[in-house]
Design a protein around this ligand. Structure first.
Ligand SMILES: CC(C)(COP(=O)(O)OP(=O)(O)OC[C@H]1O[C@@H](n2cnc3c(N)ncnc32)[C@H](O)[C@@H]1OP(=O)(O)O)[C@@H](O)C(=O)NCCC(=O)NCCS
Length: 180
């Protein structure tokens, strides 16, 4: 398990799947804002890649996020779009509604950075988020990510086009956080 200061990133367990499906992916608003495709339900028992991990996939590494104190499941985190030539990847995360606003997201970003830079030897990490997602923007900037541009009207979200912000962090600018 990867350890941050408040959360850990571990492998996906079967028990996580119904919780993530019900509390995260069944939420139309959250799904429409967080994913780059139209929301659609996940059928119980299906092998939907948002929930069921294929360990042979090289281009992404999905984690379940748990509280270090007690091990309760609080969300998901993914290093995706891994490019071993350009040594870059993207970060994605989503926390269960009751677990937001407690500093976990900031810690997840820090822990994914540690995985991307220290474990995988990557050079550049990137985050894309809606321009009105203050919590995601802050969680990224707290970890040293820099706003690199705005993709105007790039996301169709529940009836309107919204801007997305691209943030990047280079290995040389990364400052590892102390662990728990
Ligand atoms: C975005 C998300 C991962 C952030 O994680 P979080 O644990 O809620 O955020 P944190 O508690 O670490 O807070 C980070 C910062 O945002 C601020 N913040 C938190 N929730 C906020 C909110 N609802 N509105 C405005 N600011 C907020 C915090 O005060 C903190 O600011 P600071 O660094 O200046 O102190 C989480 O809210 C989430 O899962 N949201 C739904 C899914 C999503 O949007 N995923 C990202 C898709 S790109």
């Amino acid at each position: 398990m990867l350890r941050g200061s408040k959360v850990g990133l571990r492998a996906r367990h079967d028990d996580d799947i119904p919780v993530l499906r019900t509390e995260l992916y069944d939420d139309v608003v959250n799904g429409s804002r967080s994913e780059g495709a139209a929301w659609r339900p996940i059928t119980p028992g299906s092998k939907d890649p948002r929930l069921v991990v294929d360990d042979t996939e090289q281009w992404r590494v999905p984690f379940s996020v748990v509280e270090l104190d007690g091990g309760t499941l609080v969300g998901t985190a993914t290093l995706w779009g891994i490019d071993n030539h350009h040594r870059s990847a993207h970060l994605g995360l989503g926390l269960l509604p009751a677990c937001r606003g407690k500093g976990y997201g900031t810690d997840v970003v820090a822990t994914l950075c540690s995985y991307g830079f220290a474990v995988r030897g990557l050079h550049r990490l990137q985050i894309e988020t809606l321009a009105d997602n203050t919590a995601m923007l802050r969680a990224a900037e707290r970890n040293g990510f820099v706003r690199e541009g705005v993709l105007r009207s790039s996301a169709w979200v529940l009836g309107e086009f919204l801007d997305e912000v691209v943030l990047g962090l280079l290995a040389q600018d990364w400052k590892p956080k102390p662990k728990a």
